[in-house]
Design a protein around this ligand. Structure first.
Ligand SMILES: [Fe+2]
Length: 294
């Protein structure tokens, strides 16, 4: 892929993001945000204090310690989220299909919370019909993905991703991202396989943080630095077990990636019909339990 291998580090971070046609210049600078073709692109900055606000707060290992940290001025930026970073890819006119595909970009800075947790996403459950695919453009991160297969069995995976690596989050799964090597830029695309019978679409839910983060209690698993190493902790490790390492992507996705293995490229250049075929293939493989693996 034409990944952001020229993603330079430093306090004045500037990134060239491979966003495809029309985006010749994409730069990011902490505190100033993203600029596309020289113009600022509006994003949402989420700080620690935003995450600690109920309801729908994420699971942290020590919430009182984090509140205390915020009171003393330790309120770091957790991430900058840029929704609809690329134009939406509409669905065909079939009313049963959802709203089509959308694309976001999230940039995580470096940092460690007072409790030893690295900078992280909020963590949330996707909608039951939502398929989401991530590709790390720069940096390195660890994503925890869990949920239930169609036969009711549980899965819990951890994916470590560097530039170019992809992670697929199955329908209805929970996912949480930790930054291992910052700054980390993660591009993602998502769509619903069906228009939800009740409640908002995944796209609408993404604009309603109370719904998005509060639709279900978070998985109580978190990671922190302990004795010089990162380890996962939390009460849900008992019923769910230790996460299995996973670094593969399902065949229905690898089969449709171009030679550059770019998710951006797939999103931008494939026909609406082919994107629907991708969703159908994912849905079929899911129902056949060909993925998630194991
Ligand atoms: Fe999600």
């Amino acid at each position: 892929m034409t990944a952001a291998t020229n993603f330079s580090r430093g306090t004045d971070l500037r990134a060239a993001l491979p966003l495809g046609w029309g985006f010749h210049h994409a730069t990011y600078q902490p505190g100033h945000g993203l600029r596309l073709n020289g113009r600022p692109y509006a994003g949402t900055t989420r700080r620690l204090a935003d995450m600690l606000r109920p309801p729908g707060g994420p699971y942290f290992l020590d919430v009182p310690a984090l509140h205390q940290a915020v009171r003393t001025g330790d309120n770091p930026v957790m991430y900058d989220a840029y929704r609809d970073i690329l134009p939406q890819r509409p669905a065909c006119t079939d009313a049963e299909i959802g709203e089509g595909w959308s694309a976001d970009l999230v940039i995580y800075p470096a940092g460690v919370l007072a409790t030893g947790e690295p900078i992280r996403s909020t963590g949330h459950w996707n909608g039951a019909n939502q398929l989401e695919i991530f590709q790390t453009l720069a940096g390195r991160n660890l994503m925890i993905v869990s949920g239930w297969r169609p036969d009711g069995s549980r899965y819990l995976y951890q994916h470590t991703s560097g530039p170019g690596d992809l992670v697929v989050v199955p329908f209805g799964a929970w996912h949480l991202t930790y930054v291992l090597d910052a700054p980390t830029a993660v591009f993602n695309i998502y769509a619903d396989r069906l228009r939800p019978a009740r409640g908002p679409s995944s796209r609408a839910a993404g604009k309603d943080s109370q719904f998005k983060y509060g639709r279900r209690d978070p998985l109580r698993i978190a990671m922190r630095n302990r004795d010089g190493g990162l380890c996962l902790e939390g009460p849900d490790l008992t019923p769910w077990g230790r996460p299995q390492p996973c670094d593969g992507i399902p065949h229905w996705l690898s089969h449709n990636l171009g030679p550059e293995k770019s998710l951006c490229e797939l999103y931008i250049t494939r026909s609406v019909g082919l994107l629907e075929q991708l969703m159908t293939a994912a849905d079929t493989a899911w129902k056949n339990q060909d993925w998630p693996f194991g």
